[in-house]
Structures are given as C-alpha cells and as structure tokens.
Design a protein around this ligand. Structure first.
Ligand code: GLN
Length: 370
C-alpha cells in the first residue's frame, strides 16, 4: 500500500512525524491511568475486553499513519459501522427512499432507545440502533448471503483489507439482543422494515461483529475525510456524493445523547461504538480513532472523549476553529496556545434554588369560597 499524494495539498511535505507522534504519545501517557468507565457487558462477549487497552491512530488523506499504544489490538466494530452502512444504503436506494424511512434529527435519547420514533413513525437518525437496523435492511442483494457479501466488501474497501466476523460476539448479540428485536418489530409494524425481522437482525448483528483495529478504523475515517477514496489503497470505497450526508449525521448524531456537547467541545463529525472505539473526521485532512474499552453511561469511551477534548483544544481541529481554516491541523498539533477553554462544570445547579420561592403577599390570601 503506497501512500498517495495529498490530493488537497499536492506537493505539500508530509506532516512532521516526530512532532505528531510526540503529541500522540503525550496524550497516551496523560490518560493511560484514567480508570473511569465500565466495559459494556449487556452483550456478554464484550465483557471480555481488556480495560487497559488503549490506542490512538491517525491516517491522513496522503496515506501517512501515526499511531501509539495497542493499535493492532482487535475489537468488534459495533456502532462504528453505522456511518458506512448508511453510505451504502444511500448508494443502493438513493436519498429519497432512505430519508422517507430514517430521519436526520438528533434524538437526545440513548443509542438503544425504544421509547420513540419521530412524528412520521421513522427512527430519528441512522446513528442510533433503530435507524441503523432500518438502514441495514436497505442494503441490496439477491439473498442474505449476497447482502452480507456486499456489506463486507464495502467495509473492506474502506479499511483496505477483507474483514472477518467475530462469531462469538455475533452469537452473543443474537441471543441477547431483545431490545433491538423489539425495535425491529415496532418498525415492521410501521412498514419501515418490509421483510423478515430475524434475517435483518442477523445482518445487523453480523455488521456489529466485524473485527477491526484502531488502525483500520482510522483508515476508514480517513476515507471519509478523503472524499470516499481510501488514501492507502487509492480505491474508491464510498460514493463521493454521499460523504456530506454521512458526515452531517455523524456531526449531529454520532455521539448519541452527548452529540451536542461533543460538537461544542470537540467539533468534529464522529461516531462511537460500545466496544470502546471513537472515530472522528477532519474533512480534507485526516481520520482518527481512539480505542479504549471502558465506556460511560452513554456508551462512549471515557478515555476516547478525554483524548479528543484535549486534542481539539491543543490542535485547534474543531471545524469552526479559525486555526483549522488556516492550514493543516497536524502542522500545529502541539501548539502551546489554547484559544478554546474547556467546558465549565455544569453539573452543579446555579445558585440556591430556594431564592426562586416567592414570599406570600397580601393578594395571596385564601380565596373566600362563600
Ligand atoms: N451491537 C450493539 C447494539 O446493537 C451496538 C451498539 C453500540 O455500539 N452503541 O446494541
């Protein structure tokens, strides 16, 4: 796999290797000892993950790779697959068909919420489970085997190698995934799904059980950063016309009910998965993956969020940061200046709630009922 010239910056020298790796090593050292979060165990096989595992990988649109920690360690892709199957469904069925069945509105609910569909009885967006199951059902093929093959082919093109499925995780999801099953039946009721629910769920569970490493995921994110062309292989993996759709829903919905705060503090289209990966895309520049299995109550990797918030502050990679618009983020990844302060602690109420109580006045006397 020969690195391609940076299509957005032809002739530009590659980023300074030592500087980028130094910044990633510093981040890794800073958050290695963080012991917050819990390994997701609602899918029993996932509980076997090693909480100490921690990797950061960057792949640029020029095909350069920068990574530290356990970047070759494999894990199941889980929800990190959702942006890619969304792109495939859009390419297979077109925008209108997909939009009629799955919205693009953040739900504010958890990833596995079965509480609501939207006013049109559609799942809110393709990044939560309900929407992703609907999207998976739209992958075209003559048979179940053909649909699976097309999905694996597409994921394979974005990562640059043929992916495998972790059969133990797949069986574990299939035998315990009753929430997903409930959502699927609800969607069958509203004709969002139109064929055998168990078959659709099998495909969805296989999709979630695809085996990846943080290197693979950074390459997949870099493919989105690079207009759909895998920068390591030069192969077209995602149709360019749908990249904008995919990045938009990642930006507004990719981090579930943390999406708003993420957009504020990190400011990049991103996706998290319950096995502990988070990917983000700096459009036109690079893809990045942080892998660390302990997740918070929203199902987002704790070390992952820490690393991204820190990196966004120090590098100015937030999409609305003026630094970002002035050049390549990796050229100033470790600049000392910090123009965007951390989000203040908003978990404590402001002031004393009792001050809002009104003192009783003369008009507040008990009404005369006679
Ligand atoms: N396979 C998982 C599920 O459907 C994916 C969820 C996730 O990664 N957030 O429950």
């Amino acid at each position: 796999m020969t690195p391609q010239p940076d299509p957005h910056n032809p002739g530009a020298p590659p980023p300074d290797r030592a500087r980028v790796l130094g910044a990633l090593e510093a981040l890794h050292a800073r958050y290695r000892a963080c012991d917050e979060g819990r390994i997701a165990d609602y899918i029993p096989e996932l509980a076997k993950a090693d909480p100490a595992c921690f990797a950061i990988s960057i792949v640029t649109v020029g095909g350069e790779v920068f990574e530290v920690g356990d970047h070759a360690r494999t894990f199941t892709i889980q929800s990190l697959s959702k942006p890619f199957t969304y792109a495939l469904a859009l390419a297979d069925r077109g925008r209108e068909h997909v939009m009629q069945r799955v919205g693009v509105e953040p739900s504010g609910d958890s990833f596995d919420s079965i509480i609501r569909l939207d006013a049109n009885n559609r799942p809110h967006n393709p990044m939560v489970n309900a929407g992703a199951i609907a999207v998976t059902s739209m992958i075209e093929g003559d048979s179940q085997a053909h649909r699976l093959e097309r999905m694996l082919e597409m994921l394979g093109r974005t990562m640059g190698r043929r992916p495998a499925i972790d059969e133990a995780v797949f069986e574990s999801e299939r035998s315990t995934g009753h929430r997903n099953r409930a959502m699927a039946h609800l969607m069958l009721n509203f004709a969002i799904l139109d064929r055998d629910v168990e078959e659709i769920l099998d495909l969805y569970f296989k999709q979630c059980s695809v085996v990846v490493s943080s290197s693979d995921m950074a390459t997949m994110a870099a493919t989105l950063a690079n207009g759909g062309v895998n920068p390591k292989t030069g192969e077209l993996a995602v149709r360019r016309e749908y990249i904008r759709d995919v990045l938009t829903v990642m930006h507004t919905c990719g981090m579930y009910n943390y999406a708003g705060e993420w957009a504020y503090t990190v400011g990049l289209p991103a996706k998290s998965g319950v096995s502990g990966g988070i990917i983000a895309v700096v459009p036109g520049q690079f893809g990045i993956c942080v892998y660390s299995p302990p997740v918070d109550e929203r199902g987002n990797s704790v070390r992952g969020i820490r690393v991204f918030e820190d990196l966004s502050r120090s590098s100015g990679m937030h999409v609305f940061e003026t630094w970002h618009q002035q050049g390549r983020v990796l050229d100033h990844i470790d600049r000392a200046e910090d123009p965007s302060p951390a989000l203040p602690d908003t978990t404590q109420p402001v002031g004393d709630a009792t001050v809002h109580k009104r003192e009783p006045g003369p008009d507040d006397e008990a009404p005369d009922l006679h």
